[in-house]
Write a new protein. Structure first.
Length: 582
């Protein structure tokens, strides 16, 4: 019976096989559907934008809804203006790399000269630890010297100051790694999916098959995502809670100094910190002055020059630091004013009238000999463009006394490492001032701005140049499709116009920002546009809408152009031309 069943199973298929067509290899259909195209591009675009984003640490008060809305806004920004996200990552990469180098220098100096500091021994930080600091991962308790007893985030400059004076906090790298939600496998899978999209596009171009506008747009976002991965690969992902440094006695002077210098001490956004009017006299020359009231060390070589400390807020807009010098009051006389003058005229038996809220400082200074003294030649809050008259509080006096202790330590450390004095101190005809770097803040913003990189010694237009070049590349990529099929001629010309507006504007801006680094006239022109209200209104009301409409049209047209496309768009490449098979 068994033999009969076996013979039947062999003979019956043989009879049936004579009735069908046989083949040894069958290639799959060489076509794709509209849904396949849409799903592939949208999935790749979403994965690239979503997975590449590494946002900073949120504030303690933030809620889940607020964090999701912020992430959604950044996703929209990544879809319509990916170069801005890339520039943000580039700025954070520069800052984290700078912080790592500076900490390494501090460690090496203390290893060579252990007697320089009796504080704790410093350890080198990895790039991930520096990213953790740059993204607002370290917060401190302020103590009683700050009104309200708050918890504030340390910036990269704040961490650098702690390292410079031997107080770098111990944040183990394994703690940073545990807090991060980064998944190397997930990133690898996204890169694999994105790379497959690139391979498909290149194969279509090589085989003379049309590439849709949606695929070109997706390809641009893929390249931006690869740049983000390269810049943010070591940055921790999805950190919800920062590391809190509990308050200790030694922290009071740091907190007081940080607060007085940082924008968090500004009143009514007047750009005037508590440190602004305080000139500094080093310990070695304290008590001796020249005829014009300066300490010998504070004397500048030229009367009309100011050398801002690296990263100082005052360097962004010198007029905000010095103030409008078109009129001032003679000391002791509130009615008289003088003609227009330069800084050297101020030193000739004249001085600004001290602001009323600083009278208390002048009284205390007569009894206490400190390095930080209210300048007799310069009172920023007495100038006419400063309307704020906030009275000094006991906390402000306490901060001033505590900050004096730290400034002397900072000066003595700079005496051992002379190259760092221009880093922390501003020299002017009006005296020597402490550089106003941003040491602490309520939160660390994701977007650092296009004109300020903190203490990183990068020209303020370098970041703008990177953004402009990225924008021109984005526009040029879409312009390459000018000869592709469009449903109507109007859509073709609109596509070309929007791509040109994006690409050409990026090239022109990049060249302009490069020129401002070399040619003084271009720098003055940039200051004119920045400080001239009508020029700013033209930029905001005319140029910005054109830019937004162009970006919006490029993205929308990439989708709606699929309503009418050549049949060959849905034909897939012949992979047999590249991969041998049976």
């Amino acid at each position: 019976m068994l033999l009969l069943l076996l013979a039947t199973s062999v003979l019956l298929p043989a009879v049936a096989s004579t009735e069908v067509e046989l083949t040894s290899w069958y290639n799959p259909p060489n076509f794709r559907g509209t849904w396949d195209l849409l799903a592939s591009c949208v999935l790749t675009l979403t994965l690239c934008v979503w997975s590449a984003l590494h946002l900073n640490v949120p504030t303690e008060e933030s809620k889940l809804r607020q964090r999701n809305l912020k992430r959604a806004r950044w996703i929209v920004l990544g879809i319509f203006a990916p170069e801005l996200v890339v520039s943000t990552a580039f700025a954070q990469f520069l800052t984290a790399s700078w912080l790592r180098r500076e900490i390494q220098k501090d460690v090496e100096c203390r290893q060579v000269n252990p007697a320089w500091s009796e504080e704790q021994q410093l350890r080198k930080w990895t790039i991930a630890q520096c990213y953790y600091a740059v993204m607002g991962g370290i917060r401190i308790e302020t103590g009683d010297c700050v009104d309200g007893y708050r918890r504030l985030s340390l910036t990269a400059e704040g961490i650098r100051m702690l390292s410079f004076l031997g107080r770098l906090p111990d944040i183990p790298k394994n703690v940073v790694r545990d807090k991060s939600k980064a998944d190397g496998l997930a990133k690898f899978l996204v890169i694999l999916q994105a790379s497959w999209m690139i391979v498909q596009t290149l194969a279509r171009v090589q085989q003379k098959l049309p590439v849709t506008l949606l695929e070109i747009n997706t390809l641009g976002h893929i390249l931006c995502a690869f740049a983000l991965y390269a810049l943010w690969w070591s940055k921790p992902l999805e950190i919800k809670d920062a590391t809190l440094i509990l308050h200790e006695d030694w922290m009071d002077e740091f907190v007081a100094f940080f607060y007085m210098c940082s924008p968090i001490s500004w009143h009514n956004n007047d750009f005037i910190s508590e440190m602004r009017c305080m000139s500094y006299t080093p310990p070695s020359v304290r008590g001796t002055t020249t005829e014009d009231g300066h300490s010998p060390a504070a004397k500048a070589d030229k009367l009309d020059k100011t050398y801002f400390s690296i990263g100082s807020i005052g360097a962004k807009d010198p007029k905000k630091f010095i103030g409008p010098l078109d009129s001032f009051q003679i000391a002791g006389d509130t009615k008289k004013s003088t003609r227009e003058h330069n800084a050297s005229y101020v030193l000739r038996d004249k001085s600004f009238k001290v602001a009323p809220e600083h009278d208390l400082f002048l009284q205390i200074q007569q009894r206490e000999l400190h390095g930080l003294q209210h300048s007799k030649l310069y009172c920023r809050r007495a100038l006419k463009d400063c309307s704020d008259r906030t009275p000094l509080t006991e906390c402000a006096i306490q901060r001033w006394r505590l900050a004096n202790q730290l400034v002397d330590k900072l000066w003595n450390e700079c005496e051992k490492r002379h190259t760092y004095r221009p880093f922390f101190f501003t020299t002017s005809t009006l005296g020597t001032f402490v550089g106003e770097l941003v040491y602490i803040a309520d939160r660390i913003p994701n977007f650092p701005g296009l004109s300020y990189l903190g203490s990183v010694n990068v020209h303020r237009d370098s970041l703008k140049t990177v953004v402009a070049f990225a924008g021109s590349a984005y526009g040029g990529l879409h312009l390459s499709a000018w000869n592709d099929h469009f449903p109507t001629k109007t859509e073709r010309w609109l596509w070309i116009a929007c791509s040109l507006a994006t690409g050409a504007a990026g090239i022109l801006l990049a060249l302009f920002f490069l020129a401002t680094q070399k040619i003084r006239a271009f720098e003055n022109l940039e200051h004119f546009f920045r400080n001239n209200r009508p020029a700013r209104l033209v930029g905001v009301c005319l140029l910005a809408p054109i830019f937004l409409v162009a970006r919006f049209y490029i993205v929308v047209e990439a989708f709606i152009s699929l309503r009418s496309a050549p049949v060959t768009v849905y034909q897939t490449p012949e992979w047999s031309e590249y991969i041998p098979h049976l």
